[in-house]
Design a protein around this ligand. Sequence first.
Ligand code: BGC
Length: 497
Amino acid sequence: MGRVGLGVAVGCAVVTCAIAAALVGRRARSWWRWARVVGVVGQFEEDCVTPVWKLRQVVDAMVVEMHAGLASDGGSKLKMLLTFVDTLPDGNEDGVYYALDLRGTICRVLKVQLGGSGSKIINHKVEQQRIPEELVSGTSEELFDFIALTLKEFIEREENGQVPGSKKELGFTFSFPIRQLSVSSGVLIKWTKGFTIEDVVGKDVSQCLEEAMSKNGLHMQVAALVNDPVGTLAVGHYDDADTVAAVIIGYGTNACYVERSDAIIKYQGLLTDSGFMIVNMEWGNFWSSHLPRTCYDIALDDESPNRNDQGYEKMISGMYLGEIVRRVLHRIAEVSDIFGDSAHHLSVPFILRTPLMAAMHEDDSPDLREVGRILEESLQTSGLSLKAKMIVVRVCDVVTRRAARLAAAGIIGILKKIGRDGSGGVASGRTKGKPRRTVVAIERGLYTNYSMFRVYMNEAITDILGQEIAQNVVLRVSEDGAGIGAALLAAAYSSKR
Ligand code: BGC
């Protein structure tokens, strides 16, 4: 080989080595980046685990906090609020009742026709209206005017242009923590679910609504002011007398149950004729060191308008699940390039809403087409690899599984408190060796709209209680229960006056 030939050969070898080195380098870098993604997801998964022993700790912590909240106001983060609902509708209620159901971002108006003499609900009609975003942080007057007008327009349509001349009774579902003064009145303790209308805090919300209605020419009075699970429990019990508790897992989360009045120590021994009262737990504010909390939960809480509050809600409810996923994906985008150029969209809070998360989680197409489509629409990603889409599904799974299992532990906590968990004791779920049927009413929300949530929740109930006891616990879905229940309670309480 001549000199030239040798030179060319050496040159080629150098170039080949350089290309090989570059390829190996790129591979190594991509391997490292992928290892970091796996590391972030693995750590998150580990921090979110909810083995049965941990769930049982959550059950017991719930029971302890329930006792503390019943003993004194401020005794626990669980407020255990009195509702003054000590009679439940029994089917003898008669007539047409309207209800207004103010949830998170949605307001529903309902007309319920009751037949009396045990004939149950003859008919009901529901319409809903989105609360304009600016009202969530506006003034009391703007909010109550808006909902009063929504109700008035609905009633006018239903009554062919006529609005009631003399005072009619209304059921008002107000889905925020209220300290009730009576069954028909109560003051707002604080806002949740992103609402920040400061001038309502400390005010009687029934009075605010009545003033707004009267200002707008609608003469109605609130006969029952109820929190949403209380309405759900009223309907649940009306349909099935074994119903002892109700749970809402929607945009927010909460539960209530039927408690013996002598167990409500802070009620200072005032016994009710029925011997019971429904207690609104405000369980979204439950907290225990046994809850598996991650750095993402901490950051979410720190940046929320209600820091250190609603800790359980922030792990369970629809307002937050998509946001937790977004935070984990954002971290993944920081350590890798799997989301490409659009990663910066992941820094926008609440961009990934829970219904989208549910749709991605439940995508069963082999190439995860729906995941790709949703991420493309909400984050403007394009051409995501299958591996990246699988990671997204994995994160959704971890977040939902933890939420559903923790919610299940909360339910078993209530059942344990009232002796319906089959663990023995005076008021146990076992009577003379036979387990008692126990029904928990549950509003549609995540339980019906997110099938993986439902699957994980039912699975956890069986894990905690065991097959034999779990088969006697029925989660019964109630549609529009919160609003219909308010109308039913308005009927029950106005007939008592
Ligand atoms: C509120 C509760 C309400 C629940 C479900 C929570 O944020 O504090 O009062 O029942 O959401 O709507």
